[in-house]
Design a protein around this ligand. Structure first.
Ligand code: TYD
Length: 148
């Protein structure tokens, strides 16, 4: 499965710190309409996510600490360790994703292509597989994955 990494520029001021930035259409491959943060995770062994989006595109960054991102396109799964504030990963639409193995004081930032819309979520894994198969059938690709 091909992973699209977004490596933001770093301006290094040495003892004065580093500066990274992102610009819509340049570093981020969509217009940013929403930004949200995940932080203050007390139970570090929990898993978050367990959903896919029908149309939303997102780029996820780990601003502090580290965690593991799981991506699943219905065919293949990938685990990505994120621990650098300038290294983002594109979570495209139709990708089932989870976050796990959080470090203490982890701060996760997500930039998203649209406003929050619960109707854009697929929160059931079997529904996700059915949705992917239907899309692929429409494109002439058959038999992506059968349900358990
Ligand atoms: P959710 O995307 O399911 O979080 P996660 O994948 O990290 O577990 O969102 C959890 C709740 O937060 C959901 O019920 C709605 C709310 N929410 C908003 O109101 N706005 C937002 O931008 C986001 C991301 C979530």
């Amino acid at each position: 499965m091909e992973i699209e990494y977004i490596n933001l520029p770093i301006i290094d001021f040495e003892e004065k710190g580093k500066l990274s930035f992102m610009e819509t259409g340049k570093d981020i491959p969509f217009e940013i309409k929403r930004i949200y943060y995940i932080y203050d995770i007390e139970e570090l062994n929990i898993k978050r996510g367990y959903h896919a989006h029908k149309t939303l595109k997102q780029v996820i960054f780990c601003l502090n600490g580290n965690f593991t991102l799981e991506l699943d396109n219905g065919l293949e799964k990938e685990e990505i360790f994120l621990d650098k504030p300038n290294k983002g990963v594109l979570i495209d639409s139709n990708i089932w994703h989870n976050m796990k193995n959080f470090s203490k004081n982890v701060v996760i930032m997500v930039v998203a292509s649209d406003y929050y819309d619960e109707n854009d979520y697929i929160r059931n894994y079997n529904e996700f597989i059915e949705y992917i198969n239907k899309k692929n059938n429409a494109r002439g690709i058959v038999g992506v994955k059968t349900l358990d």
